[in-house]
Design a protein around this ligand. Structure first.
Ligand code: SF4
Ligand code: FES
Length: 371
């Protein structure tokens, strides 16, 4: 078994935004009892001892934690590379300077769209201008800036404008990743899944931008796996290289595995009860889908099983109720019809493609906040 190189620390699920594609769990009550400053510091120390090199500080919105500067300082003292994954809301000049002083290495800023109204609509809160301010602050303080844009039916046709905005912000890197249908995104999947025509248009824009921009800005573009023949090698395989600790201290092999973990008849792995080393090496949840012994056919006898590891366990669970099945995205999966039906619905010529869909806002209003 390899050592993990990355820890995603989801410090809190509190967040001023209400994005319909949020990957946080639908039920947030179980996560309100957040780890204290000292508990997170112990987790970071154990992670460094275990071999972790990269620490991603996320949420919710990690800047909602009053102790974020102390946590970054602790990670810096341990020699960890720190990445703050933020909406930018809460990044005041003073706070940014404190984070710089504490040694924060990198900032990843989420962007919803290049137009104020659409951006605020998708975020569910007025935030467009504050994100522009945050981007300027990141560059002024000399951090590398990565923009993270979750693409979906409502903003994918704005991809050209989003790329222009990223250039204007002097972003070093932009990740244009179509939604992974976990958490709230799974709940809202039918409203979020783009059509084939939208994807073709977006791919052409990305191709042109890559040629035009060359090395000036790195562009990562990830298509929705619903349109792929094979699934993605999700997480590079279950519990193989990285893991997540969520606000209440539960450790998960994947940031979207909350419901899957609860459905299994095995005890949760919580950092309040177990050292990280034990969790990584022995916790039943981490062992459950490690390697390939758990695989059913067609994966078991497939020559791609070392390439994609049978796809995504969370997606298999969300679509079939059984995390041990082949990811239904795979065209060889006996459950592939579930994905085909969703794709067919997304390409129904009677459906509007302008993104002005109303059910999403209804769903958003039901989202609970951890405050
Ligand atoms: Fe991957 Fe399994 Fe499909 Fe083979 S059958 S391509 S291992 S998901
Ligand atoms: Fe959890 Fe793929 S999102 S394994």
């Amino acid at each position: 078994m390899d050592k993990p190189y990355g820890l995603l620390a989801e410090l809190t699920y509190a967040c001023p935004l209400q994005c319909a594609y949020c990957s946080n769990p639908l039920e947030l009550d179980a996560y309100r009892d957040e780890l204290s400053t000292e508990e997170w510091q112990r987790v970071f120390t154990e992670a460094a001892e275990l071999g972790v090199l990269q620490l991603h500080l996320s949420g919710g919105e990690p800047l909602q934690r009053h102790d974020i500067v102390d946590l970054v300082q602790c990670a810096t003292d341990l020699g960890l590379y720190t990445n703050l994954i933020t909406s930018g809301l809460g990044l005041s000049t003073r706070r940014a300077e404190q984070l710089r002083e504490a040694g924060l290495d990198h900032v990843q800023l989420s962007i919803q769209a290049d137009e104020r109204d659409l951006s605020d609509k998708i975020a569910g809160t007025i935030s467009f201008e504050r994100k522009q301010v945050a981007a300027r602050l990141v560059k002024q303080l000399g951090w590398p800036l990565t923009l993270n844009v979750v693409l979906h039916r409502e903003n994918i046709d704005r991809i050209g404008g989003i790329l222009d905005m990223a250039v204007a912000m002097e972003a070093d890197r932009i990740e244009l990743a179509n939604t992974q249908y976990a958490g709230w995104a799974g709940h809202n999947r039918d409203e979020l899944l783009p059509s084939r025509d939208q994807l073709e248009r977006a791919e052409a824009v990305v191709r042109e931008a890559r040629e035009r921009l060359g090395d000036k800005m790195e562009i990562i573009y990830v298509i929705p796996d619903y349109y792929s023949k094979y699934p993605k090698p999700c997480m590079d395989g279950w519990a193989s290289r990285q893991f997540t600790v969520v606000p209440n201290g539960e450790a998960l092999p994947c940031p979207a595995a909350h419901e899957l973990a609860r459905a299994l008849d095995i005890p949760p792995a919580n950092v309040r009860e177990h050292p990280l080393e034990w969790i990584w090496e022995e916790a039943p949840l981490f062992q459950q889908y490690r390697g390939d012994a758990w695989m059913p056919d067609p994966c078991r006898s497939c020559d791609r099983k070392e390439i994609d590891f049978g796809g995504c366990r969370c997606q298999a669970f969300a679509l079939t109720g059984d995390a041990a099945r082949t990811d239904p995205v795979c065209h060889l999966s006996p459950d592939h019809g579930l994905v085909e039906a969703a794709v067919e619905a997304a390409n129904d010529p009677m459906r509007p493609q302008d993104g002005s869909l109303t059910p999403r806002s209804k769903v958003i209003r039901t989202k609970k906040r951890a405050t």
